[in-house]
Design a protein around this ligand. Structure first.
Ligand SMILES: N[C@@H](CCC(=O)N[C@@H](CS)C(=O)NCC(=O)O)C(=O)O
Length: 235
């Protein structure tokens, strides 16, 4: 049994996509990041960066005590290895999946996250920042589009690399992008959107939180963090 510490954001969706695909039994624990749940000591004990997602595997393969994992890329790799699904066993297939998984973790996620911040949430509209991240988002979409030319998925069959990228493309309109400009991304996106597991993961999210708007109080919690927040999380 997997305990999933989750909120309805792109990084959270990555893990419900995997769990719904595999049917691995899991219990979902909502962590309301706009209300500050990520600073509770019991959550920080498994996720020291005060970010969702995190998991606890109550039956790890080594038969030892429950094992926690934070960072969505590490969680996807862990679950893929645990189940033997969505990560090829052969050397070259595995390298290709990990390349695109790390590309998502280090590039697509952080850059699109800054796009969301400056386009949607920042109290001032800073043209330089908006332009910088909308353009970088477009560049990354073009990299994805080129990679998908002649390929159904990012690396071989549907894999954890696709599961990492897909949730970040879902809000493409809010990122100032049009899928018509990236025909391969559009085709790939619509194929994944139609998977029954994808539909289940997003339907589940709707039952937990159906809004994308963030209150001023939530903004203060999410965007006001500093070293002091880490040193005194209960303040
Ligand atoms: N690199 C991390 C990023 C996780 C992340 O940024 N999570 C956000 C939601 S998508 C969060 O928990 N934010 C809470 C906060 O900022 O305090 C991962 O992929 O797991």
């Amino acid at each position: 049994m997997i305990d999933l510490y989750y909120w309805t954001t792109p990084n959270g969706h990555k893990i419900t996509l995997f769990l719904e695909e595999t049917g691995l039994p899991y219990t979902l624990h909502p962590v309301q990041i706009g209300a500050g749940d990520q600073f509770k000591p019991e959550f920080l004990a498994i996720s020291p960066n005060n970010r969702i997602p995190a998991i606890v595997d109550r039956s790890p393969a080594d038969g030892g005590p429950p094992l926690s994992v934070f960072e969505s890329g590490a969680i996807l790799l862990y679950l893929a290895e645990k189940t033997g699904r969505f990560l090829p066993a052969d050397l070259r297939g595995r390298v290709a999946v990990t390349e695109w998984l790390f590309w998502q973790m280090a590039g697509l996620g952080p850059m699109l996250g800054q796009n969301h911040h400056f386009s949607q949430y920042a109290p001032e509209k800073i043209p330089y920042a908006i332009d910088r991240y909308v353009k970088e988002t477009g560049r990354l979409y073009a990299v994805l589009d080129r990679r998908l030319d002649g390929r159904a998925y990012l690396a071989g069959d549907y894999s954890i690399a696709d599961m990492a990228c897909y949730p970040w493309i879902v809000p493409y309109q809010r990122q100032g992008q049009a899928l018509e400009d990236f025909p391969q991304v559009k085709r790939w996106f619509e194929t994944i959107q139609d998977r029954p597991a994808t539909r289940r993961a997003y339907a589940l999210a709707e039952t937990i939180n159906s809004t994308t708007t963030i209150t001023d109080q939530a903004k203060a919690i999410l965007f006001g963090q500093s070293a002091a927040t880490v040193r005194e999380p209960s303040r």
